[in-house]
Design a protein around this ligand. Structure first.
Ligand code: FMN
Ligand code: SF4
Ligand code: SF4
Length: 250
């Protein structure tokens, strides 16, 4: 069975979780990374398996991921959903991802709500770790068994329907320090095209606070360093210090 992994992953924790599941199913997967703002699309058949993965933003999937996933169509194609969240909660993410893919011809028969290092503060640092990846691979093996039994139906994920705009993103806008060497990487890698060609000006309406620009900067010149953010980061990190466990739905 051909396995395709389709994921949105600004800071690559979702990517790690999705690929650990996909590669446990088949080493030769087809990988479609929808993090950058491009035109996407594809059609999948009944005999294929698709894995959709997105982080949790505001208790649901990011609006950008929602729009990009909507470009893929199935024909009663089985799929596995992966929501990566920063140790607070996945809330309505799996539910809304399932509703979206069902409308587009997929059967979301299994899913995972797995932990990834939070974008903000110092929360779940280093996750997914080796233990998470092992648990993901075990889940993949069980999903494969279920699939080969032929007995698949859409799973009833917890949560409720919410507007996709709930996943639009956060309020923090990175700054650029004098260390910037104008390499353009942050601008090229922004998932929403929010950074102007001067590599500094950020469109407030487009930025989703994903912090990809900060992670990709080779010289540490993109930063989030305001008193408001720093204060929030400390208290949020304390609040979410207790590690949560992954949950698997099958
Ligand atoms: C704007 C924004 C909103 C977020 N909302 C949540 C949330 O509601 N619950 C949660 O547990 N984590 C939340 N997170 C954390 C991400 O889900 C987490 O860091 C995830 O691992 C990021 O995935 P990525 O590395 O694939 O981009 C949020 C992150 C951002 C940037
Ligand atoms: S400018 Fe905003 S949306 Fe673009 S990469 Fe940076 S934080 Fe993400
Ligand atoms: S990635 Fe860093 S160095 Fe390169 S343009 Fe952006 S801020 Fe400047």
């Amino acid at each position: 069975m051909k396995v395709t992994a389709i994921y949105f992953s600004a800071t690559e924790t979702t990517k790690k979780n999705v690929l650990s599941i996909a590669k446990a199913l088949d080493e030769t997967i087809n990988e479609i990374d929808v993090t950058l703002p491009k035109q996407y699309g594809g059609q999948f058949g009944r005999g294929e398996l698709v894995i959709f993965g997105a982080p949790v933003y505001g208790g649901t999937l990011p609006e950008a991921a929602y729009d990009r996933f909507a470009a893929f169509k199935g024909d009663n194609t089985p799929c596995i959903l992966v929501s990566t969240y920063g140790n607070r909660h996945y809330d309505n993410a799996l539910f809304n991802m399932a509703e979206l893919v069902k409308q587009n011809g997929f059967i979301p028969f299994a899913g995972a709500a797995v932990i990834g290092q939070h974008t903000f503060g110092k929360i779940a640092v280093g996750r997914p770790d080796n233990n998470d990846l092992t648990l993901n691979a075990r889940f993949a093996a069980k999903a494969a068994e279920k699939l080969s039994s032929g007995d698949i139906a859409p799973y009833s994920f917890p949560g409720e329907a919410v507007e996709k705009s709930k996943g639009r993103g956060g309020r923090f806008r990175p700054q650029t320090t004098d260390a910037c060497i104008d390499c353009g990487l942050c601008t090229a890698q922004c998932p929403t095209g929010a950074i102007a060609s001067d590599n500094r000006t950020i469109d407030d309406n487009k930025c989703i606070s994903c912090f990809r620009c900060i992670r990709v900067c080779p010289v540490g010149a993109k930063v989030m360093d305001t008193p408001e953010y720093n204060e929030f980061a400390v208290s949020f990190s304390q609040k979410l210090a207790e590690p949560r466990q992954n949950e698997y739905f099958l």
